[in-house]
Ligand binder design. Structure first.
Ligand code: ATP
Ligand code: MG
Length: 371
């Protein structure tokens, strides 16, 4: 045979000469042959080895073959091990049925015909090896699946980490720009006022210069506000998610000309800051997509917050997202939205109908809290 691992075959007979004869007959199969000269010995052996097949003499003193087979079948390890009974021609028929009752798979009548014995044993050896191969394949597949699951988990954790880090970074930069530059610009404006007051009527060109400088400073202050709000809207921290969503939708309408109809809950909400940021970022991405891809003229935004869940629904009347875009798995904007929602065990439902628009619904469970 090939270099494959050997199968173990247990030979049981109380007569030594029969055992040795069996061993001689099966030697050419080149498998691992185990010998037992009693039922007790056979049981011990079956307890310690995984066996491909057991050749079991029916007539043995103390514990006969049937009793031995019954006990072998009771053990978990050998519950399914095939047993071939070896019986003398004389007690044939009666014992055949008893043998099948205790789980024999076959019978061989003595004197044994070597070719028949070998080919029958070989069938079970092959079966055993195929079973072992299959079990190996299953174990390997399980291992591979487990590895994929683990790496998915790691990627998810990494994505969540990146989102958090980016958000912290943005907040930090927004604050720096707002505070540092804001202060300097205000200082500059005051200095310029001081200067302007000291100019006389005759110094017209200088007065004009200061006026234009005031305009430039005001424009810069506006830019600073716009940049820092773009990085992190103050509104989100000061007034909460609902107000920030309303503000962003109005800004969106002003910038793009797409009419925005907003339906917001009246009461103020007390949402976790991290969750508010998450929903706000998802909302920004949805509206960016509307502006970029939808060719819509109208967007309906509705947010509702109950004890159990937060729901944000954005419906546009544009071209409608196509199903292959939805499922191609390479859309990073959509993927980012999903990842953000997943951090709070939430989900994002997107559907589009051609020529009629796109609906994006964000659902975040609230009672269970953060993931
Ligand atoms: N409101 C919408 N109407 C129509 N098509 C849309 C809409 N939103 C998304 N899509 C389609 O889905 C695709 C994937 O969107 P996604 O936000 O993932 O990527 P993107 O906007 O092209 O790039 P980015 O990664 O910068 O967001 C878009 O390219 C667009 O074809
Ligand atoms: Mg996008």
């Amino acid at each position: 045979m090939d270099g494959a691992p050997k199968a173990s075959i247990l030979l049981v007979d109380d007569e030594a000469k029969n055992l040795y004869a069996l061993r001689e007959l099966l030697g050419s199969l080149e498998q691992n042959l185990l010998l037992a000269n009693s039922g007790e010995e056979a049981l011990r052996c079956a307890l310690n080895h995984d066996l491909a097949v057991i050749l079991l003499d029916v007539r043995m003193p103390r514990m006969d073959g049937f009793e031995t087979a019954r006990l072998i079948r009771e053990r978990a390890r050998s519950r399914l091990t095939p047993i071939i009974f070896l019986t003398a021609a004389a007690d044939e028929m009666g014992s055949v049925f008893r043998g099948y009752e205790v789980g024999a798979v076959d019978y061989l009548v003595k004197p044994l015909v070597p070719e028949v014995l070998r080919s029958k044993v070989l069938v079970f050896v092959d079966l055993y090896k195929k079973g072992a191969e299959l079990a190996n394949e299953i174990a390997e597949r399980r291992l591979a699946e487990e590895r994929v699951r683990q790496s998915e988990e790691k990627l998810r954790a990494l994505a969540a980490h990146l989102i958090t880090v980016r958000e912290e970074e943005r907040t930090h930069i927004a604050r720096e720009i707002h505070d540092e530059l804001g202060q300097v610009l205000t200082g500059l404006k005051m200095e310029l006022m001081w200067l302007a007051k000291r100019l006389r009527d005759g110094q017209k060109p200088l007065i004009e210069k200061t006026k234009s400088m005031f305009r430039l400073i005001d424009l810069t202050i506006q830019s600073v506000r716009r940049i820092s709000a773009g990085l992190r809207p103050e509104m989100l921290d000061e007034m909460g998610l609902v107000a920030a969503i309303g503000w962003h939708a109005k800004e969106f309408q002003r910038r793009t000309g797409v009419r925005c109809r907003i339906k917001l809950p009246h009461e103020g909400e007390t949402l976790d800051k991290d969750l508010s940021t998450t929903v706000f970022r998802i909302f920004q991405e949805i509206l960016t997509n509307v502006a970029r891809h939808s060719r819509a003229t109208r967007v309906d935004v509705e947010i509702s917050i109950s004890d159990e869940r937060l729901t944000l629904e954005v419906v546009d009347n544009g071209v409608g997202i196509s199903s292959h875009r939805l499922n191609d798995g390479k859309s990073l904007g959509l993927l980012g939205m999903q990842e953000r929602a997943l951090r709070f065990k939430g989900e994002i439902d997107i559907s589009g109908s051609p020529g009629r628009g796109t609906r994006v619904a964000v659902l975040i469970p609230l009672a269970g809290g953060k993931a």
